[in-house]
Design a protein around this ligand. Structure first.
Ligand code: GRF
Length: 192
C-alpha cells in the first residue's frame, strides 16, 4: 500500500509510521511522500533523514479548496492509496475527502467523541476525567469525526498537567497509529 503523510509540525507520529514501514512491522507498504503546509515543520527534516521525499505546500492567500486540490494532485501523482494525517492542523475540504474515499485516517489525542478540536489534553484535565487516550479514525468532512478504527486508554493522574498528560498519550499514539495502519492493510487484503 502506498502511503502519503500530511504534517504541520513535529512529526513524531509520522516518524513512528515511517520507521514501522521501513522495519517491515507495517507490511507490504511504502511511504511515498510527506507533505507539510508549514515550511518550518520540524518533521520535514526527520522525513528527509529517513530518505522520504518531502514537499511543502503552503495555503498562502488562496481558497482552501485550491490548496487541497494541489495536495491531492501530488498524492495522486505518486499513486497514494492511504493518506495519514499526523498532526496536520487543517480541516480538509469535502472535495479532498471525496478524492480519497475511506482512504484518509487521522490520529487524535483523546477518546473521541470526547474532546474534539484543540488543546484536548487540557480539556480532559478541566473536565476531571480519570481516563483519556487516543483515537485513530477515518476522516470525513467534519472535525475529528468519522468511523473509529482503534483507541487506546491512558490514565489521567491527579497531578497531571497538559504537558505530562500529552507526553504519556503521545507514547501510546505512536503504538496505536502503527497498529491502525496494520488493521487497514489487513482489511484491504480481506476485501480482495
Ligand atoms: C498529536 O498529538 C496528534 O494526535 C495530534 O497532533 C499531535 C501531533 O504530534 N493530531 P506529532 O506532530 O505527530 O509529533
Amino acid at each position: 500500500m502506498i502511503i502519503g503523510i500530511l504534517i504541520s509540525g513535529r512529526g513524531s507520529n509520522m516518524v513512528a509510521l515511517v520507521d514501522a514501514v521501513k522495519s517491515g512491522e507495517i507490511p507490504d507498504s511504502q511511504v511515498a511522500v510527506v507533505i507539510s503546509d508549514k515550511p518550518d515543520a520540524a518533521g520535514l527534516q526527520k522525513a528527509r533523514e529517513r530518505g522520504i521525499e518531502t514537499l511543502v505546500i503552503e495555503r498562502s492567500a488562496r481558497p482552501r479548496i485550491e490548496h487541497d486540490a494541489e495536495i491531492a494532485a501530488e498524492l495522486k501523482r505518486r499513486g497514494v492509496e492511504l493518506v495519514c494525517l499526523a498532526g496536520y492542523m487543517r480541516l480538509l475540504s469535502p472535495d479532498f475527502v471525496r478524492a480519497f474515499p475511506n482512504r484518509i485516517v487521522n490520529i487524535h489525542p483523546s477518546l473521541l467523541p470526547a474532546f474534539p478540536g484543540l488543546n484536548v489534553q487540557q480539556q480532559a484535565i478541566d473536565a476531571g476525567v480519570k481516563i483519556s487516550g487516543c483515537t485513530v479514525h477515518y476522516v470525513n468532512e467534519h472535525l475529528d469525526a468519522g468511523p473509529i478504527i482503534l483507541q487506546r486508554a491512558v490514565e489521567v493522574k491527579d497531578d497531571d498537567t497538559a504537558e505530562t498528560l500529552s507526553a504519556r498519550i503521545l507514547e501510546q499514539e505512536h503504538f496505536l497509529y502503527v497498529e491502525a495502519v496494520k488493521v487497514i492493510i489487513q482489511r484491504r487484503k480481506d476485501e480482495r
